[in-house]
Design a protein around this ligand. Structure first.
Ligand SMILES: [Zn+2]
Ligand SMILES: [Zn+2]
Length: 107
């Protein structure tokens, strides 16, 4: 029976898997293909914009973080203004509602 090393091994692998989980970015439902593969990164040169991209369908959109608002459907402050090559729309990352709204309205 091994108490010392086996326990150490177990703790070490637990620690490693936690570290790996943290390095993955949380994914959201892609507004385009509806797969759970939509994730974001910041552009350090254009610091105002968050770049969203889907690694399944390669869809990309830009988010203006200043325009985040409360979603009237799920009441979380997770509705954001996304801009893609076709236009702009509101998208809520909690309930995934999309509002095609060419006119900008904030509340
Ligand atoms: Zn997609
Ligand atoms: Zn919502």
């Amino acid at each position: 029976m091994c108490l010392g090393t086996c326990q150490n091994k177990y703790l070490l692998s637990g620690h490693n898997s936690q570290k790996i989980n943290l390095s993955y970015m949380a994914t959201q439902i892609c507004p385009k293909c509806k797969e759970d593969s939509f994730t974001w990164h910041m552009d350090e040169e254009e610091s105002q914009l968050t770049i969203w991209g889907c690694y399944k369908c390669s869809y990309t959109a830009l988010e203006d973080e200043k325009l985040e608002r409360k979603c009237s459907n799920c009441h979380n402050k997770t509705e954001m203004r996304l801009k893609d090559e076709e236009g702009e729309y509101w998208w809520c990352s909690s309930c995934n509602r999309i509002i095609k709204d060419p006119k900008l309205q904030t509340d």
